[in-house]
Design a protein around this ligand. Structure first.
Ligand SMILES: NC(=O)c1ccc[n+]([C@@H]2O[C@H](COP(=O)([O-])OP(=O)(O)OC[C@H]3O[C@@H](n4cnc5c(N)ncnc54)[C@H](OP(=O)(O)O)[C@@H]3O)[C@@H](O)[C@H]2O)c1
Length: 235
């Protein structure tokens, strides 16, 4: 099964990966893996394994790519992220906060919303299951929304789309509300895209795996400075 993992090199014919080096990459769920080195990166031994798998692996590189390469935020803008308490969304919001944006998170429980505002420093967090979601969204975004990091689709998408400012950008990372539906949701009207001159860009990380060393270094630096918090659950 395909999975990111951390390993230690036990035998090597590749000088980039000497015996004893700690490496990460798509190794699969296995005790031993054979690799030609493609897609593997050497990582510092000091970082805890949870930090690496929560931040420097797929969640972090996805958040990093979507924020810096797709949304290209500027201080003072308002960014909203769905599945905000998830592995990707929680990092997206923190990166945007660190850049000086106003950040609104959308999540599915009050406990998650509390974590976002009290622990991660989001400006607002809204439970998309609340009956007054639209009113809360309006109050939380008095100047509209410039950037939308979309992880879910579902009921929140339409109201968020309606609050997008002219020349806003939407990064379409995931549509978890639709993955198991026989019919995907219709989505917002394209007329709104014209009226608001929006840029909407989907992306998938396998297109960008060659940038993992660069992204990993940037994420490692953010971790080192204490700029990114994460939480781990083991079920
Ligand atoms: N494009 C890429 O290359 C790429 C890479 C990685 C991940 N992704 C996508 O990015 C998204 C987030 O990934 P992740 O790893 O952060 O996920 P995650 O940590 O597993 O979080 C997913 C969260 O989505 C929320 N959710 C589930 N069903 C929902 C629904 N019907 N409506 C609204 N919210 C719902 C749930 O939180 P609540 O309790 O808040 O509802 C769930 O905990 C996923 O869609 C994933 O497929 C894309």
């Amino acid at each position: 099964m395909r999975a990111s993992g951390i390993g230690e090199v036990v035998a090597s014919n590749n000088e980039k990966f000497p015996v004893g080096a700690r490496v990460m990459g798509l190794m699969g769920l296995t005790e031993y893996a054979i690799s030609d080195g493609n897609g593997l990166n050497v990582i510092p031994k000091e970082l805890p394994a949870e930090a690496i798998l929560s931040v420097i692996a797929l969640p972090g590189i996805t958040a990093y790519h979507g924020v810096f390469e797709v949304l290209k935020p500027e201080a003072g803008q308002t960014l909203i992220v769905t599945a905000a308490a998830g592995s990707v969304g929680s990092l997206v919001g923190q990166m945007a906060k660190n850049l000086g944006l106003t950040v609104v998170g959308v999540a599915g429980s009050d406990e998650k919303c509390q974590w976002l505002t009290k622990e991660l420093g989001f400006d607002h967090a809204i439970n998309y299951k609340d009956a007054d979601f639209v009113e809360q969204l309006t109050q939380a975004t008095p100047n509209g929304i410039d950037l939308f990091f979309e992880n879910t689709g579902g009921a929140a998408q339409g109201p968020i789309f309606e609050r997008m400012n002219a020349h806003g950008r939407i990064a379409v990372c995931g549509m978890i509300a639709d993955y198991q539906k026989a019919e995907p949701a219709p989505g917002p009207s394209w007329v709104g895209i014209i009226k608001r001159r929006l840029s909407i860009q989907g992306f998938t990380m396998p297109d960008h795996f060659h940038r993992i060393p660069e992204y990993g270094q940037a994420l490692g630096a953010m971790l080192g400075k204490g700029e990114l918090k994460y939480r781990v659950s083991c079920d």
